[in-house]
Ligand binder design. Structure first.
Ligand SMILES: [Cu+2]
Length: 129
């Protein structure tokens, strides 16, 4: 009995997380469905992907990554990126402020591979002056 109740609770939590960060069927918000991505927010979606995979912001902007699929991810700067950061994204959100113009590749250490550019679960922030 106890184990079935726990399963139900975990399932409900997963649905809430998905609703909070949109579904993989409409990653860019065109079809609605609760997607809350903004011009400065990237979500993780099912299948080990960031969405959107690229974002363009102006210098000084703080970019936020939100865990939308309930899977443990990281947001990690790739080799060659001007900024160095490594943030665990098991749940909730993490943020990083990009102060200087340039191209910043990042990846997930759990589902991507570091490189220039990285592969697998990765993305790019383009910062303009
Ligand atoms: Cu990941």
């Amino acid at each position: 009995m106890r184990s079935s109740v726990m399963t139900l609770t975990l399932g409900a939590a997963g649905v809430v997380l998905l609703a909070a960060c949109g579904g993989s069927t409409s990653p860019y918000g065109g079809g609605g469905g609760g997607w809350t991505s903004t011009a400065t927010k990237i979500c993780t979606v099912g299948g080990g992907q960031f969405s959107p995979t690229s974002l363009s912001v102006t210098a000084g902007t703080t970019v936020t990554w939100q865990n939308g699929d309930g899977v443990a991810h990281t947001v990690t700067s790739a080799t060659g990126s001007a900024d160095t950061y490594d943030k665990a994204l098991a749940a909730g959100t993490v943020s990083h402020q990009f102060m200087n113009a340039g191209t910043y590749n990042f990846y997930c250490k759990n589902h991507g591979v570091n490189g220039t550019p990285p592969t697998g679960m990765h993305g790019t922030i383009t910062v303009t002056p």
